[in-house]
Design a protein around this ligand. Sequence first.
Ligand code: ZN
Length: 272
Amino acid sequence: MKGRYEILKIHTRKITLSDDVDLNKIAQASAGLAGADLANIANEAALMAVRGGRKAVTQADFEEAIEKSVAGLERKSRILNPKERERVAYHEAGHALTAYLTEGAEPVSKISIIPRGFGALGYTLQYPTEDRFLLSESELMINIDTLLGGRAAEEVVFGDISTGAGNDISRASDLVRRMITEFGMSDRYRNITLPTTQSGIAGVGGSRDYSEKTQEYIDNETARIVNERYEIVKANLEKNKEALLTITSELLEDEVLSGDRFEELAKSKVIG
Ligand code: ZN
C-alpha cells in the first residue's frame, strides 16, 4: 500500500488535487493494481475532472476511475426492464449480504445496479484491505460463498434462478475444481496434485485430462461442495430476508449504495 501511495504521489504531481483527495485511501482502494494501472487511474481521474468542468480533481473522480479500471465503463444506455432491474438488485444485494454475513470476507465498499463493462448488469465491490498473494482453504470457501450469494438471493426471493449468475457459477465451480486438482484440498486427495493423463490413442475416445475414476470423483466432489455451500448461503439469506429486502429496495431507489450505507442497513436488519 505504501508503494502504491508513492506511485500515486508521482503520477498526481502535475495534477491539481481538490482538498478532499486522500491518496492514502486511493492507495488502499486500489489494492492489487500495478503501477501502470495507477498511472491510468490518475490520468482518467484528471480527464473526468476536465469533462466535468472542474478545476481540481476530486476524490470522487479517483473513485470513479478505479471502478472503471476494475469493473469497466458505465453503460447507462443499457436499459433493463423493471423486472430485470429488480432481479439484478436482489442478486447484487445477495452478494453483498453474504459477504457481510460471512466472517472473514472483505468488506463491501459499493453496490451498484448501473450496468458496466461488457456483461455486468450490476456489481458489488469488495475492496481488499491489503494485497493478497495466497489464500487459505477457508478464505477460498469465503470467496465461493460470496460468489454464490447472488443466485441464492434470486432463489430466496423469486423461487427461480436466472442466467445472470452464469459467470459467478462458473467462477465458483472453477475454484472448487482447482482446490481439488491443483491445491490438494479435497478429502480423498488431500495434499496431492491430481496428475493429468494423456490418452495416447488418437481418435479413440478423444483425450481426457484424468483417469475416468478420478474425473468422476472431481465432478462429484465439485458438485457436492458447491451445492453444500449454496444451501448454507441460501439458508443465511432466507433467515435475513428482511435485510435483503431493505437493502434491495434502497438499491432500486438510488442505483448505488456506498459501503458505509450498506453496512448501516445490514447492521440494523441482520439477525445473525
Ligand atoms: Zn453475481
